[in-house]
Design a protein around this ligand. Structure first.
Ligand SMILES: C[S@@+](CC[C@H](N)C(=O)[O-])C[C@H]1O[C@@H](n2cnc3c(N)ncnc32)[C@H](O)[C@@H]1O
Length: 222
């Protein structure tokens, strides 16, 4: 994708209504199968994710094999977040209405986002914000499969295949700035017949983009 603008319509969604409506019903379900969930937890463990951790676009389950020292879970549905046994703190915040995180600079050791990056309409701004709230060297781990709520996923994701999804997330890190080179991996074996699990992660570098306000996916008036 390089430095070119995203293609027209890339961030369009079949359901352009406010995310409040779609996420109002409480869904105490899992969105990937047990093997894929295990793969998420194994990656968190391998990367040594602990300390003050942010689970972005979270729900009632955060997939850590053991709870981090302090876990902040940000999502859309208060009842789902309240049901999360690992959460030390919950934040209801619509990242598509406002990609700014209501969180202090350099206040987390790590951040994760599981099976949700495809719903972001301002991902570059959100990735820049995650860099802002992480301490230097902190990882941001994005995991995803090949399932989604299709009316809420961006068109650019729906029309892409697994390999292109990895490229899209890698591109978000690069465009956001404030990140070292992203690493990508398929975390379930190619022979696995269930939900595949892909991951892209990067570590917060010394320099953080000064502001996302001028980014090309910034909301009007943002
Ligand atoms: C498929 S679920 C994944 C939940 C959880 N991360 C997991 O692994 O089970 C998508 C999540 O994204 C969150 N989400 C969707 N749109 C959002 C938005 N605009 N701002 C913040 N969170 C959002 C929802 O609250 C929901 O919990």
């Amino acid at each position: 994708m390089g430095d070119r603008p995203f293609p027209p319509g890339f961030f369009d969604r079949a359901d352009p209504a406010s995310d409040d409506e779609f996420y109002a019903p409480t869904r105490l379900v899992t969105h990937i199968d047990d093997r894929a969930i295990e793969a998420v937890g194994a990656l968190y463990e391998e990367l040594g994710i602990d300390g003050e951790v942010l689970d972005l676009m979270g729900s009632w389950v955060s997939h850590f094999p053991a709870p981090p020292a302090r876990l902040t879970v940000l999502g859309m549905n208060a009842r789902e977040l309240e049901a999360n046994p690992m959460a030390s703190e919950t934040v209801v915040h619509d990242l598509n209405a406002d990609p700014r995180l209501p969180l202090a600079d350099e206040s987390f050791d790590a951040a994760v986002c599981c099976v949700s990056v495809d719903y972001l309409v301002h991902p570059v701004e959100v990735f820049a914000e995650v860099a802002r709230v992480l301490r230097r060297g902190g990882p941001f781990v994005c995991t995803f499969s090949n399932r989604c709520f299709p009316t809420k996923a961006i068109s650019g994701w729906l029309y892409a295949n697994d390999e292109q999804h990895v490229e899209i997330v890698t591109d978000y890190f690069r465009r956001a700035g404030g990140w070292g080179e992203a690493v990508a991996d398929r975390r379930t074996p190619a022979s696995h017949s269930g939900d595949p699990l892909f991951a892209v992660w990067a570590f917060r570098s010394a320099s953080v983009a000064p502001s996302w306000a001028g980014c090309e996916t910034a909301p009007h008036g943002g």
